[in-house]
Design a protein around this ligand. Structure first.
Ligand code: ADP
Length: 609
């Protein structure tokens, strides 16, 4: 948070406003007081002068209207001079008596007597007072003394006629000096009170701004996630109430923050522990969140994904724009399969919106659908295989039966062979259905192994012998059995079925004069059984597929041999049910070897005695 500038701080603003207000108030009071004082002092001064002038005026008028004999030795001027000299005053500098014709008749200033008496007065206020019959005032600055002088011309009348005017000059500087002194005292008072005001203002502002500064610091700490601080409550005023409310707010925020944090952790842990992948985007379709499952499914790293468009992450940029994904209601399949491995993800989309309908982003949930797709594909393949396997013998039978119905039954030569074919095909179908039933029972685990302890060499040899007696081709049986007794716990019926299927294949695909080898070897915890032939072999690419249901390397030959394509699939299921494994090794044109293992524990001699 940025620092508050000195002049922007409430503290300084408050003190400044406070000082300004006091200053304005004092200025107004001072101005009013100074003006009133000036007026008052001036009025007092002029009143005192006016009072004295009235006395002079009376005496002067008397002298002016007095009838004088022409031979009177005391002239008017001399008598007026006598009147003026009888009124000395320290305030009044000079008094002149001027007649209606503006001629100066007398002056109280003895030094000017010679030069002024008998002269015409040029003063403006004299002229005005005579003309207007009213007293006239003027204040001017004396050039020599630099003092302010009040000049006043007071006209006097006799029988309604203006007979002259009294011109007076008084030093008013004293009054202004008094005003200045009072103003200085006032300014001093203002300065002292301002200083006190500033100190008080700073103190009062501090009491107000300290809690505010505290709250500011608290808010800064809160922004950094520190909720442990508390604002000090200084009193019970509005600021104190605010501090209490602020502390309450801090507690509430702390609680809601911890609950939000808890929810966030919960959500994060749910997202991370989900087996489904979850991706969230912003409103422009760029990835903002992705969980580990989604990264694993997409085989990408978080750095590569974040902030990239969701369409390119899902490999959909060719088919869809982000706006299209928002509209999608159903899920879509994302096929990342390679030639070697199927890999299909299913993506569900849901849009996050505000109440106004504004799209905030998209949530994509990814689910690995490979297994499901594989199962679906296998099921479809299986149904089609079964239908195909059943249709072929049925079609054959129908054509033979049609021929018989069309009259072939009467032909003694061909009728038996036709019937034989239908019988063979029926048997093949029964075999097929029986094999399918066996597999279906194994798939649904709807069987029990009736295990018993048998000596494997003996058990194996008895089966080999059965094949040896019934074989129809010139094939040599080579026994490479173990010399030690090997006791294994097996379901003999099921193991007979396994060996029947493998040995019959070896014989089926062996040429006349070939060898079929039967071997048993032991290891620490299993026995390994081997049935090997010199037959036509299996192409290398298909060796692992011979255990798949309905797989045949050579379909026509297998069918001709009466195979169902399920023999090895059944054998594998049974071996696996015993806890063993089965595999094949083959070279085309040279022969095939089928291996399988069975769990085995070596028994010490005499344990069976
Ligand atoms: P089938 O009834 O067709 O024999 P199997 O499941 O027993 O069905 O065998 C599957 C396929 O594996 C056969 O069709 C055949 O192509 C191949 N196969 C099995 N055993 C041998 C073998 N010993 N030599 C050559 N090919 C074999």
């Amino acid at each position: 948070m940025q620092k508050v500038g000195f002049f922007r701080s409430i503290h300084v603003k408050f003190v400044l406003i406070y000082v300004m207000l006091i200053l304005i108030a004092m200025e107004i009071i001072g101005l009013y007081f100074a003006r009133e004082l000036e007026e008052k002092l001036k009025t007092n001064f002029t009143t005192s002068i006016t009072d004295r002038m009235s006395l002079i005026e009376f005496s002067v008028r008397e002298e002016m209207i007095k009838k004088r004999a022409p031979d009177d030795p005391l002239t008017l001027e001399a008598s007026l001079q006598g009147v003026l000299s009888g009124f000395p005053s320290e305030d009044i500098n000079e008094i002149r008596v001027i007649n209606a014709g503006k001629i100066i008749l007398a002056t109280s200033a003895l030094d000017k007597q010679q030069s002024l008496v008998g002269q015409r007065s040029t003063d403006d206020i004299v002229r005005k007072s005579l003309a207007s019959k009213t007293p006239q005032d003027i204040i001017y600055l004396d050039r020599k003394t630099r003092n302010r002088i009040l000049a006043r011309a007071t006209p006097f009348t006799h029988d309604g006629e203006v007979i002259g005017t009294l011109y007076l000059e008084a030093d008013i500087e004293k009054v202004f000096t008094q005003i200045d002194e009072v103003n200085q005292i006032l300014a001093g008072g203002v300065a002292v009170s301002l200083t006190i005001t500033i100190i008080l203002g700073i103190l009062i502002a501090q009491t107000m701004t300290r809690p505010i500064s505290d709250m500011r610091r608290q808010a800064q700490a809160m922004a950094k996630g520190n909720f442990s601080r508390k604002v000090r409550v200084y009193g019970n005023d509005e600021l104190g109430q605010l501090a209490i409310a602020f502390n309450h707010l801090t507690n509430q925020l702390q609680e809601s923050q911890s609950s939000t944090e808890g929810e966030r952790r919960k959500l994060a842990s749910v997202l991370e522990n989900m087996t489904d992948g979850v991706i969230a985007t912003d409103r422009k379709g760029r990835v903002s969140l992705i969980n580990d499952s989604a990264l694993l499914m997409l085989r990408l790293t978080r750095d590569l994904v974040l902030n990239r468009p969701i369409t390119s992450i899902l490999g959909l940029e060719q088919e869809y724009a982000f706006e299209d994904l928002i509209q999608i209601k159903d899920s879509i399949a994302l096929d990342f399969s390679t030639n070697e491995q199927p890999y299909i993800l299913r993506a569900n989309f849901s849009v996050t919106q505000r109440e106004t309908g504004f799209v905030n982003g998209l949530i994509v949930v990814l689910h690995d659908n490979t297994e499901q797709e594989k199962i679906d594909m296998e099921r479809r393949e299986f149904v089609s295989n079964v239908s195909h396997e059943l249709r072929t013998p049925l079609t054959t039978m129908r054509s033979y039966l049609e021929a018989l119905a069309d009259g072939a039954w009467k032909n003694e030569e061909i009728a038996p062979s036709f019937l034989h074919v239908t019988q063979t095909e029926t048997e093949r179908m029964i075999r097929l259905v029986n094999d399918l039933l066996k597999l279906s029972r194994m798939d649904s685990r709807d069987y029990d192994l009736n295990k018993e302890w048998v000596e494997f060499n003996y058990f194996f040899n008895s089966i080999i012998e059965r094949f040896e007696f019934s074989k129809s081709q010139e094939v040599q049986f080579v026994r490479l059995l173990s010399t030690t007794e090997l006791f294994v716990e097996i379901d003999t019926d099921k193991m007979t079925q396994v060996l029947d299927n493998i040995i019959s294949n070896a014989l089926k695909y062996s040429p006349d004069g070939g060898n079929v080898r039967f071997g048993v070897t032991t290891s620490d915890d299993f026995i390994k059984v081997m049935i090997s032939d010199d037959g036509l072999g299996i192409p290398q690419a298909n060796v692992t597929r011979i255990f798949d249901r309905f797989y045949r390397a050579d379909r026509a030959r297998s069918r001709a041999m009466g195979g169902t394509g399920l023999g090895l699939a059944i054998a594998r299921e049974m071996i696996m049910a015993h806890g063993g494994e089965v595999w094949a090794e083959s070279e085309e044109g040279k022969g095939t070897t089928i291996f399988f293992t069975l769990p085995f524990e070596f028994q010490e001699d005499g344990e069976w005695d």
